[in-house]
Design a protein around this ligand. Structure first.
Ligand SMILES: [Zn+2]
Length: 313
């Protein structure tokens, strides 16, 4: 009888211990990611141990997100919160405060060399440029995930954040991250090959908001955008007139729509210049699961495919 009791006590302790661990089937680590691109990366690294909730979902615009009380409640019950940083989530501080979130905040872009954007001149600068004496406010360009080399920095930050929040899962997070980093390397090699095939004078595109500065910087494209690095302010008539003139003078071959912005402005620009519409680029959000860009790497495959199709001839 005594033996039996001891046995069942040990058994229930084992069950109890199993269920209270962060990674058991019924009690996964609860992660929240601010937007869909980051949400996918956290899923890839977290694997089965992590339940990921994404605040700004597929095709959503995280620049202008307005968190509801339900979102604050959701965040309050999470263990770890992944954000992009670099000013992308202007609503984040308010949300963190109102939710009373006490978990770990991981800034995925930590360690990235930021590009900045002169608000006055509308051109990108790298952070170590010598044009800081021009006056005009320099704002960081938050879209760092559009370079796959930066994506690898995101993955390392995600991995380290998950290990801190759930040390028992370390081996799994390291294994998942290593596999994912290799896949990102392979994708980056493919991107470089695809862009190298384009005639140099055709590696120039127009998008509505300036989300592809890191892509352009990393892989040798020129991207011109009437709207700047946030979708919050609309392009002025003067900006649009300037871009129309530039497209005509420089014979820029294609304009691209984005999944997160209104297409009317680009339709107008294409109409007035005769530049062709090269399709939709996924900039700040993934597509839905059954769409053409349901993952971070899928987004690159789709975008580079669209660029190649529009610019190769
Ligand atoms: Zn954006």
């Amino acid at each position: 009888m005594r033996r039996h009791l001891t046995y069942s006590l040990a058994l229930s302790l084992a069950v109890l211990f199993g269920l209270s661990g962060a990674a058991s089937a019924d009690n996964k680590l609860k992660a929240v990611a601010s937007f869909s691109v980051l949400g996918d990366m956290v899923k890839q690294v977290g694997g089965d141990r992590v339940e990921v909730t994404t605040l700004v979902g597929p095709n959503g615009d995280a620049h202008v997100f307005n968190p509801t009380p339900a979102i604050a409640k959701l965040l309050a019950s999470a263990d770890i919160f992944f954000v992009n940083g670099l000013g992308f989530e202007g609503w984040m501080e308010r949300l963190e405060k109102s939710s009373g979130f006490k978990g770990e905040v991981v800034v995925a872009s930590k360690g990235v060399t930021p590009l900045t954007m002169g608000e006055e001149d509308g051109h990108h600068h790298d952070d170590h440029g010598d044009d800081h004496d021009e006056g005009g406010d320099e704002v960081p360009d938050p879209h760092a995930w559009q370079s796959l080399a930066n994506g690898k920095i995101y993955v390392a930050n995600i991995r380290d954040g998950l290990i801190t929040a759930d040390p028992a899962g370390k081996a799994e997070y390291v294994a998942n991250a290593t596999k994912y980093l290799a896949a990102i390397d392979a994708e980056e090699a493919a991107v470089k090959v695809a862009i190298a095939k384009l005639p140099p004078e055709r590696r120039r595109i127009i998008t509505s908001h300036d989300a592809f500065g890191y892509l352009a910087d990393a892989y040798g494209l020129e991207v011109i955008s009437p709207e700047g690095v946030s979708t919050e302010s609309e392009a002025s008539a003067q900006d649009v007139a300037m871009i129309i003139r530039q497209i005509r003078e420089e014979q820029i071959p294609a304009v691209f729509l984005e999944n997160v912005t209104d297409r009317r402005l680009l339709d107008q620009i294409a109409r007035e210049t005769g530049a062709k519409i090269g399709g939709v680029l996924y900039s700040d959000a993934l597509s839905k699961a059954d769409g053409p860009a349901p993952t971070y790497l899928g987004m690159f495959r789709h975008n580079i495919g669209a660029l190649s199709a529009a610019l190769s001839s």
